[in-house]
Design a protein around this ligand. Structure first.
Ligand code: ATP
Ligand code: MG
Length: 757
């Protein structure tokens, strides 16, 4: 050890120490979960600063999440014994590149105050471009193009870099042109998308020698955590920055590569030794995190993968509970059971902060959230929204709220143009104005507008047909179950189609969340009951600062650890996911297995795997098959338990016979009403009485669409209209006026839009 080595280095094991002390030259730390890679990387960062080998601002340190960056900053401060001033280059690839790009934006034709656009804006831009090119957006959806462009950017490809195959991937050879046009348009808006942050910086480093040299000089040391999940553009960017000094230390685990769907290339690990010859390869084998059974279960499972470098893991710890595998009857029982287990842990004095439920897909959180709220168990959803707060769930709920309660302006405003119907801000402004003037709810006001010339013909047709839909759905809501109603609404509103056209990685998850919503609704007889339940659930934020259980996806849990980990839903089609099974390839299955490895290795003391014998999908009970990953666990280290009488063998027989244990439940559901409701014309003549459960607010009780207060403006009056100018009232019906305008001719307008001239 060098003389200035701090005492805390003694806490590290020899290979960790080596990774810290080999400050010069390339270092590749390749090791399994929980072996102290992140700990060693953090110690290295502290060591470099503490020994004055570099100022904090001279170190580039990349973490996988912003949270990990914050934790690392905090830990370095602890090790050094004082808060570290300024580590500007500690963060995720995106945050670091965003900061760099501000300084060099002009090189790629941007100003330093450029905006970073989100997916919505990205799609809007692409749609315009597609229309400009007279391409059929139905045939060549903007989302498809967006997905392609993201992938190209992940691979570091500019429009000019695309080969013929890539070019063919969109609109018969228009890929390159559209990508180019999109980049131009972004530039003219002084904007860039997420992928551009890296691609622009890579381009700058590639073309501007001085800039490259400046950063190569500045960054005396480069550190990268979770290296197995870097994609090509990130890799190329790193390689350029580190190529000069070659003081680059990357740490990773090929068994934990779980982001290939975002372009991550595990091959980057293998390439490292080629690009940085003479790299010191450090292998850590001692696991400090988990008990022997947990470690054995995880190692046994991942051994089933063929594509791996292979490594050994051992621990000094003894004993520890076996990994439990629990079979339950169905999803509600799964949530109940986990709740009970957690309450038991709590009684034993385990801190809730150290309990995590890791799910494969976001939709799985719903059942747990509902249950935990019921039993008053504090929880937090990390790396995502609570179920009922997710955008697609809020959209769906907004539709249902308008159906149940047409006065719900907030809900109406949320979905009047979602999916996009071409109703812009202008239309909304008109609706608001009219609603304000008449005291009508937005929905009713808009229906009235649709019957006037206040809006352009297209907007009028659109609104009329949307309101027609609402009336039909409202009629339906009296005859079909809430969950059937939801499915109809999603289909007929175009919401389903919107998600289908979306080929982004998230859209499938959104569709699954909506399926889960419909599943949740099956427990309620009326729409009102269900909406009431939701408002209670959404209101339950009271848990405050008390200790909370963490619910998150396995993907988001990477790098973290908890004393107690629950892994629900280990069934074929849930985990491994149906998508991975459908794709069928070995690669996707092996990625799922790596995810299982990541999940199990988050546990320090206890790991509990759960699978349910039945899942309910669209009102149908389907028997599920336990995940193949359960069979792959080494039998000596697991303890199987089933809560069902007759034991596992019985229900296994059950699922193979594929009988429907709850046939009577689905049979009891009312027939779907085939009758199509009346059109919006009927609404105008007969009214659209929402039949609210509670008394409507005063002034709003005239919320029926038929409400037509009489206008104060009499026939013959001279009036002024903002859009149509001066004119004379020639007819009047309720609050609608027929006016002969001097310039615009005869129009039907609503009285609140005119003033007496
Ligand atoms: P993952 O692959 O999951 O990211 P990792 O290899 O980064 O895991 P760390 O999170 O750094 O592992 O460490 C796992 C646990 O082991 C942490 O609680 C850490 O504090 C502890 N640990 C690491 N090194 C040592 C050590 N030398 N002695 C004792 N405990 C250690
Ligand atoms: Mg780590």
């Amino acid at each position: 050890l060098s003389v200035d080595a701090p005492a805390w280095l003694e806490g590290l094991n020899p290979p960790q120490k080596e990774a810290v002390l080999t400050t010069e030259g390339p270092v590749l730390m390749l090791a399994g979960a929980g072996t102290g890679k992140t700990a060693a990387l953090t110690a290295r960062l502290a060591y470099l600063i503490r020994t004055r080998r570099a100022w904090p601002s001279e170190i580039l340190c990349v973490t996988f999440t912003n949270k990990a960056a914050r934790e690392m900053r905090h830990r370095v401060g602890e090790l050094i014994g004082e808060a570290v001033e300024g580590m500007p280059w500690l963060g995720t690839f995106h945050s670091i590149c965003a900061k760099m790009l501000r300084r060099h934006a002009e090189i790629v034709g941007l100003q330093s105050n450029y905006t970073i656009i989100d997916t919505d804006d990205q799609l809007r831009l692409l749609k315009q471009l597609i229309a400009d090119q007279n391409l059929d957006e139905k045939r060549w959806p903007a989302r498809q193009l967006a997905g392609l462009i993201d992938r190209w950017k992940n691979r570091g490809l500019n429009p000019g870099d695309l080969d013929a195959v890539e070019n063919e991937a969109y609109a018969n050879g228009k890929g390159q042109q559209m990508y180019g046009l999109y980049q131009q348009r972004l530039k003219s808006l002084n904007a860039c998308d997420f992928g551009d942050l890296l691609l622009h910086m890579l381009n700058i480093l590639r073309t501007e020698r001085e800039v490259l040299q400046m950063y190569q000089q500045r960054f005396k040391y480069v550190l990268v955590d979770e290296y197995q999940d870097t994609n090509a553009v990130q890799y190329l960017w790193l390689r350029l920055l580190a190529q000069e000094r070659k003081n680059i230390c990357v740490v990773g685990d090929d068994d934990q590569s779980i982001y290939s769907w975002r372009g991550a290339e595990v091959a980057n690990i293998l390439r490292f030794e080629k690009d940085f010859p003479g790299a010191k390869v450090v292998r850590l084998e001692q696991n400090y995190r988990s008990t022997p059974p947990i470690l054995a279960a995880a190692s046994g499972l991942i051994a089933a993968n063929s594509e791996r470098l292979g490594k050994t893991l051992w621990t000094e710890r003894n004993g520890g509970d076996k990994v439990r595998v629990i079979g339950v009857w169905d999803a509600p029982e799964e949530a109940r059971r986990v709740g009970e287990e957690i309450e038991r842990l709590e009684r034993e004095g385990a801190p809730l902060e150290q309990v995590a439920i890791l799910v494969r897909a976001q939709y799985q959180t719903r059942e747990f959230e509902d249950r935990f709220i019921q039993i008053g168990l504090g929880y937090r959803i990390v790396g995502g929204f609570r179920f009922y707060e997710r955008a697609e769930i809020r959209d769906a709920l907004a539709y249902l709220r308008v159906i149940a309660q047409p006065q719900d302006d907030l809900a109406f405003e949320r979905i009047y143009n979602q999916p996009k119907r071409g109703l812009g801000a202008k239309a909304l402004e008109q609706m608001h104005r009219h609603a304000r003037a008449t005291g009508m709810p937005l929905a009713a006001a808009s229906l009235q507008l649709a019957d006037s010339d206040e809006l352009p013909p297209r907007a009028r047709t659109t609104i009329a047909s949307l309101m027609g839909d609402f009336l039909r759905w409202r009629d339906m809501s009296e005859t079909v179950t809430p969950s059937e109603l939801l499915r109809t609404v999603l289909e007929e509103s175009g919401y389903d189609a919107m998600l289908k056209a979306d080929r982004s990685a998230e859209s499938a998850g959104r569709a699954d969340n909506l399926t889960e919503l419909s599943r949740a609704m099956e427990d309620y007889e009326t729409l009102g009951d269900f909406l009431e339940h939701v408002s209670l659930v959404m209101d339950n934020d009271a848990a405050g600062d008390e200790e909370k259980v963490t619910i998150m996806t396995m993907h988001a849990a990477k790098g973290l650890e908890f004393d107690n980990v629950f892994l629900p839903g280990w069934e074929e089609g849930v985990f491994p996911s149906q998508r991975a099974l459908d794709e069928g390839g070995l690669a996707s299955l092996e990625e799922e297995r790596r995810l299982a490895y990541v999940a199990i290795t988050r546990a320090r003391r206890r790991c509990t795997i759960i699978h349910a014998a039945n899942r309910r999908i669209y009102g149908q009970w389907t028997s599920s098959i336990p995940s193949r990953f359960i069979e792959e666990l080494p039998q000596d280290h697991i303890e199987v338990e089933t809560t069902m009488s007759g034991g596992a063998s019985l229900w296994r027989a059950n699922w193979s016979e594929r009988e429907d244990p709850f046939a009577h439940v689905s049979a009891a559901r009312p027939e779907r009403s085939g009758a199509r409701g009346p059109g919006w014309q009927r609404a105008l003549s007969t009214g659209y009485d929402p039949k609210p459960k509670r008394l409507a607010e005063p002034g709003r009780s005239a919320a029926s669409f038929a409400a037509k207060p009489r206008s104060d403006i009499a026939i013959g009056a001279r009036v002024f209209h903002e859009k149509f100018g001066y004119g004379e009232v020639i007819d009047q019906e309720g609050n609608k006026l027929e006016i002969e305008f001097e310039q615009a001719g005869t129009k039907r307008v609503i009285d609140s839009f005119v003033s007496l001239a």
